[in-house]
Design a protein around this ligand. Structure first.
Ligand SMILES: NC(=O)c1ccc[n+]([C@@H]2O[C@H](COP(=O)([O-])OP(=O)(O)OC[C@H]3O[C@@H](n4cnc5c(N)ncnc54)[C@H](OP(=O)(O)O)[C@@H]3O)[C@@H](O)[C@H]2O)c1
Length: 405
């Protein structure tokens, strides 16, 4: 099976390549396909991309800037003269990787920048293993409609959505009327149980300490504010065609139950496992089959107890506002996402405080609903979504920050 990966140097990207190593180390079968990596895209971690490219003999590569591309060329000149892949950069490079001759594109890139390459791959009929949730949050209606038209599968990589996908497949019928609700679990992040006021002084270093998952910077901060769960609510709406009031978020600190589905007869089907992203990544690569895995086997007796509680919407206001964005739809989720990406970047650079992420996102969302400059649109085109995203980012950079530090 031929694949391409956007974001190969990140947390999901490197784990995807590890899954490929593991699949290729075992006897090939329909459950355990041999995987050829045809194209890889990264940002600025050129050294790691070069290692990956040489190891997998990749023919198409892309990096963030022309300088990164030159650096990459020089590494190959020094280390591996015979190797001569095509090297691209920027948005065009991402699109070239996404539309390379493959069956499956793994979108492990972070942020809204994944949107255009994902749509380009869908247009070419390439199935998507989707980790890049910002794409579905900002433009879920457009992406899912396009995927349906092109008969393209969107296979979830996010552990929660993979769990729901599996729980929905776990019954004979996928009859939508049998589904009562989706139970989306959340670890609660490092600040579970803290009040909104006590979150004020949290530093980026503290927010980067996630209790159960080891992930990239942006999603780790999103997990600390619970915006990650809010983004996942919107992602679930689009992936599984459900309404916000059919999704319940439950905090489950052990991260063993990855999510569940409740049917109208009261039955709840959950998917469980040790927290290891390689499991949902592998399933997206081998679907509809399951391959062996090197992941630690779940031992329920060793775990002893699993606990569940309701989220604190007062302390973690982003989650409440994500439900608001989910209910309104249109351009609002794109605005929320653009504002959040920008605010998280500023927090990581010590420009704003932890709670300022929440203040800023809420302020931009409220402004959008009454704005003449960037009015809320219920059924936006792709251009409308891109404009709303840009407006939200600019608004935060120009207006909100000034009042904070
Ligand atoms: N990590 C997880 O466990 C997890 C779980 C579920 C879902 N997700 C989702 O998966 C996505 C990736 O998360 P992650 O944690 O893997 O992020 P990450 O570790 O920060 O990796 C992000 C990747 O995107 C690349 N990238 C960033 N900006 C780029 C740009 N402008 N052009 C080209 N490449 C760019 C980075 O390249 P360089 O590093 O080379 O700059 C890196 O390869 C996110 O949408 C996240 O929400 C992650």
């Amino acid at each position: 099976m031929k694949i391409a990966v956007l974001g190969s140097t990140g947390s999901i990207g490197t784990q995807t390549l590890q899954v490929v190593r593991e699949l290729n180390s075992r006897q090939e079968s329909s459950c355990n396909p041999h995987v050829d990596i045809i194209a890889l895209a990264a940002g600025s971690n050129v050294e790691l991309l070069a290692e990956q490219a040489i190891e997998f003999n990749v023919s198409i590569l892309s990096v963030k800037t022309p300088e990164d591309a030159l650096k990459l060329k020089n590494i190959f000149k020094e280390q591996c003269k015979a190797y001569n892949p095509q090297i691209f950069y920027g948005e065009e490079g991402l699109i070239n990787v996404a539309t390379s001759p493959v069956m499956l594109l793994v979108t492990a890139i972070v942020g809204m920048i994944g949107l255009k390459p994902t749509l380009a791959a869908i247009d070419k009929g390439i199935d998507i293993a989707l980790a890049n949730k910002e794409t579905l949050v900002a433009a879920g209606d457009i992406v899912m409609k396009r995927a349906k038209e092109k008969n393209v599968k969107i296979l979830p990589v996010d552990s929660e959505h993979s769990a729901i996908f599996q729980a929905l497949n776990g019954v004979n019928s996928r009859d939508r009327s049998a589904l009562k609700k989706i139970i989306l679990t959340a670890s609660g992040g490092p600040f579970r149980g803290m009040s909104f006021e006590s979150l004020e002084k949290i530093t980026p270093q503290e927010a980067m300490q996630h209790p159960t998952w080891n992930m990239g910077n942006k999603i780790t901060i999103d997990s600390a504010t619970l915006m990650n769960k809010g983004l996942e609510v919107i992602e679930a709406m689009h992936l599984f065609d459900v309404k916000p009031n059919e999704i319940e978020v439950v905090v489950h600190p052990q991260s063993i139950v990855h999510s569940a589905v409740m049917y109208k007869d009261g039955s709840v089907i959950a998917q469980m496992g040790n927290p290891d992203m390689k499991v949902p990544i592998q399933l997206a690569l081998t679907y509809p089959y399951r391959a062996d895995s090197y992941t630690k086997e779940l031992d329920l007796a060793e775990i002893g107890s699993l606990t569940f509680e309701r989220p604190d919407f007062g302390a973690f206001k982003c989650l409440a506002h994500a439900f608001f964005a989910a209910e309104h739809g249109g351009t609002l989720p794109a605005v929320m996402n653009g504002a959040n990406e920008t605010a998280v970047g500023l927090f990581l650079n010590n420009k704003i405080g932890f709670n300022d992420i929440q203040y800023n996102v809420i302020k931009v969302m409220q402004e959008h609903m009454v704005s003449n400059e960037c009015p809320f649109l219920k059924e936006p085109s792709l251009d409308d979504v891109l404009i709303a995203d840009k407006w939200a980012r600019t608004f935060i950079l120009n207006e909100t920050i000034g009042g904070l530090k």
